[in-house]
Design a protein around this ligand. Structure first.
Ligand SMILES: NC(=O)c1ccc[n+]([C@@H]2O[C@H](COP(=O)([O-])OP(=O)(O)OC[C@H]3O[C@@H](n4cnc5c(N)ncnc54)[C@H](O)[C@@H]3O)[C@@H](O)[C@H]2O)c1
Ligand SMILES: C[N+](C)(C)CCCC=O
Length: 519
């Protein structure tokens, strides 16, 4: 059945305005883009070198929607030089001046929310419903750091004899942002907002799978009044990322992606003594105690596993359920999972779209196959999904999967799958579950559902994870710091904490008396 999309059609003229030269209607299966995808010095352009071409897909249909020209060393250098020049201007502005520009950027994003969300859905495959939430979180992030820009300050310290010292919070210079493909626009905002608020410039490289929406962000920054060259986009994959990380004029690298790539980024950064923020993967625990509000816990488990087709770093994919309620909880979770509407991500009622690409879908399928071989029981889903609509036949869909009969030593319980696969694990005691929850190399997130407030706080205090939720999961207020422990990385995005990672502290010691020399 093909559902009409009355809400989508009015967007076509607005998308044409956003991306002139765009050959499209905004319906799934009709988008294509010829415009350059690099952004430097305040304009879109093709890279001067590189030349490797990557195909960019629409996951919902499997169509190629754009060709990506990967940037070479020269183009990366030009982008860094462009950022360096703009940094000189931007870093001299007062916090209040930076605040006004960032607020304007937030306003434009808010105004263009539906169009940007549509681009994100077309390129990423997530439902339009979710993409709109991502864009809301993005402009909220800019608003939040705009608010902080005007109040960045050091401290004044009195010293003996009337002398004193003070500290200044200063920008770092040209920051590099490297993003993953699951939240393309939001990841760019989580990095750019604190970076720019602190007075830095940025060169951003999105994933080659999702290069489109971040160029729109670059245009919005220019429209809002940042100096040309302050926020640049270079497109490409591994080689382009390496040129960026190795560039001598880059002051900081903020990376979101997998653990193996994070290790490489850290190695490159070490050679240049560059600070890094690493937002890496996870295999987070969600602990459901028998005294929970069951409906909330079921909702929480779905939120913890099935947003963005399960392609979420902080997902609570190890769902530990107290044995007393195992059957009731499992039955309800399976029932609700089976009802998730899969299909055309641009339809208003779709709640699960397509996974990012065919190799990733195959990888997720292999995890499920291996789980079955190791003794897990597929309670629902896990198979490929082929929508009725003929234009979606080559899309990358699968049914969300709940695995029962899981044990801690199974691959599906130990490794990050990054797809819609929930593993349910029974437990008996608080002590036991905390130990099992922490028995992982990762430490990004964790959650607990219980009505016992003391137990809730005791358990999250014992979890080795950077982002913990009590009686909810995967909500994302930009006021709260986000980031991992252990192999999930370090550094924080969002909240006041991120300021630490995009600025450096200068101490000034002022002598008010004479110099007493020891010589
Ligand atoms: N913690 C978080 O906030 C967070 C958020 C989203 C995704 N992730 C993680 O990201 C992973 C999925 O994303 P992915 O597949 O895009 O990850 P990835 O590591 O393959 O790629 C991430 C980015 O790094 C670039 N890159 C790859 N090799 C590089 C190199 N040697 N030098 C420089 N850049 C390089 C890629 O082109 C891409 O832009 C998952 O593990 C997920 O958990 C983490
Ligand atoms: C917005 N979420 C759902 C918290 C996801 C943050 C980014 C992780 O992949």
């Amino acid at each position: 059945m093909v559902v009409p999309r009355p809400l989508l059609q009015p967007l076509v003229p607005r998308l044409r305005r956003l991306l002139p030269g765009l050959a499209m209607s905004s319906a799934t299966g009709s988008f294509s883009l010829q415009q350059p995808l690099n952004y430097r010095g305040g304009a879109r352009l093709q890279p001067t070198d590189g030349g490797q071409v990557e195909e960019v897909y629409e996951p919902a249909t499997g169509r190629v929607i754009a060709k990506l020209l990967c940037s070479g060393e020269k183009e990366v250098d030009l982008a860094v030089q462009s950022a360096k020049a703009a940094f000189k201007v931007w870093s001299q502005k007062s916090g209040m001046e930076r605040c006004r520009v960032l607020l304007e950027a937030a306003r434009i994003i808010r105004e263009q929310r539906d169009e940007i969300a549509t681009l994100e859905t077309i390129n990423n495959g997530k439902s339009i419903f979710e993409a709109r939430v991502d864009i809301d979180i993005s402009w909220q992030c800019l608003e939040y750091y705009a608010g902080l820009a005007g109040s960045l300050a050091g401290e004044h310290v009195q010293l003996p004899g009337g002398s004193f010292g003070y500290t200044r919070r200063e920008p770092l210079g040209v920051c590099v942002g490297i993003g993953a493909w699951n939240y393309p626009f939001q990841i760019a905002c989580w990095k750019a907002a604190p970076a720019l608020a602190c007075g830095n410039a940025m060169v951003f490289k999105p994933s080659p799978f999702t290069p489109i929406s971040v160029v729109r962000l670059a245009e919005i920054f220019t429209q809002a009044g940042v100096p040309k060259g302050l926020f640049n986009v270079v497109q490409g994959g591994v080689a382009t990322g390496q040129f960026l990380c190795q560039h001598p004029d880059v002051a900081k690298i903020s990376f979101t992606g997998s653990v193996p790539t994070g290790v490489k980024i850290m190695e490159m950064a070490a050679k240049g003594i560059k600070p890094v923020t690493l937002e890496l993967g996870g295999k987070s625990p969600l602990i459901i105690f028998s005294d929970c509000a069951l409906e909330n816990a079921v909702n929480g488990a779905l939120m913890a596993n099935f947003l963005t087709q399960g392609e979420v770093c902080c997902n609570g994919t190890r769902v530990f359920v107290e044995r007393k309620i195992l059957d009731t909880f499992t039955k309800e979770v399976v029932k609700r999972t089976q009802k998730i509407k899969i299909g055309d991500p641009l339809l208003e009622d779709t709640r699960m779209g397509a996974l990012i690409n065919r190799p990733h879908l195959d990888r997720v399928q292999n995890f499920i196959k291996q789980a079955k071989e190791q003794g897990a029981q597929v309670l629902c889903g896990g198979d490929l999904y082929v929508p009725d609509d003929p234009k979606l036949k080559n899309g990358f869909y699968m049914r969300p999967c709940v695995l029962g009969n899981c044990t801690d030593d199974m691959t599906c319980v130990k490794e990050e799958i990054f797809g819609p696969v929930m593993s349910i694990l029974p437990f008996d005691t608080e002590e036991e579950v905390v130990e099992r929850a922490n028995n992982t190399k990762f430490g990004l997130a964790g959650g607990v559902f219980t009505r016992d407030i003391q137990k809730a706080h005791r358990v999250v205090a014992a979890l080795n994870a950077g982002m913990c939720f009590i009686n909810n999961y995967n909500v994302s207020p930009v006021e709260l710091p986000f980031g991992g422990y252990k192999a999930s990385g370090f550094g924080r995005e969002n909240g006041r904490a991120a300021i630490e990672y995009y600025s450096q502290l200068k101490t000034v010691c002022v002598e008010m008396g004479d110099v007493e020399s020891v010589f």
